[in-house]
Design a protein around this ligand. Structure first.
Ligand code: GUN
Length: 293
């Protein structure tokens, strides 16, 4: 069994980005600039956004954090989105999700100029990704593809099972794994809350991507010997031994599953660091106007 060290790969990718940024600045080009909008004080969102700002520093990007209290109106938020769309200094920006219930997330996502949508959530980017055109690809599935590539994991002709059908992870993951590319060329099955025979589907899988948000869902008796296991789960579970009072739990019962695998990602330190790193990659591409002019 080989552990997939997402933290180490993410550090390496960020150094590669930093080198490219240094070269851009050397040539007199503009430093890429990522803006992030954070609404409210959700603990997970605070942590993720702080990590994104820190990653910008490591990569040599300019970053701007815009904060609002959770009672902000949808109109005020949409006005800020329009302002960032029109700000030539901002290459890309994100609105951290989830948003408070009174704000329609889809309205906000669709208000973002797709050319600055470094999260890859706008329907234009989602649509372009699904037919294999250049676009901003959603960070978590893109980070997973990078891990498969850097660990030389064979995907061609393999059976992949994606657990979860979210717009952010499950759906784009399935799309990327089935694409005519390397990594890619998988036969993909997507399982969700209404799938009748999840255990049987998983037992046939060469690659399982678990993105359900259910701690410990994937158990040893669901995994074929030699399978590749990618754990996207990051549920906060109470843990009195931690200073924060919680620990992150993956969707995979790591202790019992790991001995059966060829490769497995740990939680934390697997997929999580790669997600932020993919956002940095998209910001670099936005700064270089490499996808859209
Ligand atoms: N919430 C959870 N993951 C993400 C992400 O990748 N981007 C944004 N904007 N919000 C999120």
């Amino acid at each position: 069994m080989q552990l997939i060290d997402g933290k180490a790969v993410a550090e390496q990718v960020k150094q590669e980005i930093a080198a490219q940024v240094a070269a851009m600045v050397e040539r007199g080009e503009k430093r890429p600039h990522l803006a992030a909008i954070l609404v409210g004080h959700d603990g997970g969102s605070e942590t993720y956004v702080a990590a994104k700002v820190k990653a910008c520093e490591v990569c040599g990007f300019k970053s701007t954090l815009i904060r609002y209290e959770s009672d902000i109106t949808e109109d005020t938020l949409l006005a800020k989105v329009a302002e960032l769309n029109n700000d030539p200094d901002v290459d890309g920006f994100i609105v951290q999700l989830p948003l408070p219930k009174h704000i329609n997330e889809q309205h906000v996502i669709e208000a973002i100029d797709y050319r600055k949508d470094v999260d890859g959530f706008h329907p234009i980017n989602v649509g372009r990704m699904s037919i294999g055109l250049p676009c901003f690809i959603s960070a978590t599935p893109n980070g997973i593809m990078e891990l498969l590539k850097r660990y030389n994991i064979e995907t061609r002709g393999k059976k992949a099972v994606v657990l979860g059908r979210s717009n952010i992870v499950g759906k784009p993951m399935a799309s990327l794994l089935m694409q005519k590319s390397n990594p890619g060329d998988c036969t993909v099955t997507v399982c969700h809350s209404h799938t009748a025979n999840i255990k049987e589907e998983c037992l046939q899988a060469d690659i399982i991507v678990a993105a359900l948000g259910q701690p410990g869902f994937v158990k040893a008796d669901m995994v074929k010997e030699g399978a590749v296991i990618i754990d996207v789960g990051t549920t906060r579970v109470p843990d009195a031994t931690k200073k924060s009072g919680f620990r992150l739990s993956g969707d995979v019962q790591f202790d019992e599953v790991a001995p059966k695998c060829s490769f497995i990602t740990p939680v934390p330190g697997g997929v999580g660091p790669m997600t932020i790193c993919s956002l940095m990659k998209n910001t670099l591409l936005a700064g270089q106007k490499a996808i859209y002019k």
